[in-house]
Ligand binder design. Sequence first.
Ligand SMILES: O=Nc1c(NC[C@H](O)[C@H](O)[C@H](O)CO)[nH]c(=O)[nH]c1=O
Length: 164
Amino acid sequence: MAIKGLGKPEQKYDGSNLRIGIIHARWNKEVIDALVKGAIKRLRELNVQEENIIVESVPGSFELPFATKALFAKQEKANQPLDAVIPIGVLLKGSTMHFEYICDSVTHQLMKLNIELNKPVIFGVLTCLTEEQAKARAGLSSSSVHNHGEDWGAAAVEMSIKFN
Ligand SMILES: O=Nc1c(NC[C@H](O)[C@H](O)[C@H](O)CO)[nH]c(=O)[nH]c1=O
């Protein structure tokens, strides 16, 4: 029995009073769309209202940290503050070191935003060596129906309720 994975949720959190942002890259669209769908599916299952799920897209994963911070600020200014943001990106290894540099810098910046903004910023970036790895983590391959986007939706609700 594999031990890796999130396991059962501690409890079913009620997200009915939460406002959650999703910022997604557009690179590797097929996988991105499945991950975003999975995150929204779980947010809705946890009673986050459709009108309280704010979705914006950016060109690629490199833009996620800036857009995450900007979306928090934009919603604050509109007096509709976000409780958490889920940045979603899919980075696929190419033939150069471009992948490593983007993965490393985006990961560090997204982690820093949690501390800088004192708000949950969920890590929704797949850093994959092959297309098959990416598809498997979005529930798009025969080898896996698990969609990591659903875990990210659940994490956003749990972190918002526990620590906001
Ligand atoms: O190169 N590969 C990828 C990528 N490059 C674009 C980068 O994120 C950015 O949008 C541009 O450099 C412009 O700033 N962005 C991804 O999300 N996944 C990739 O696999």
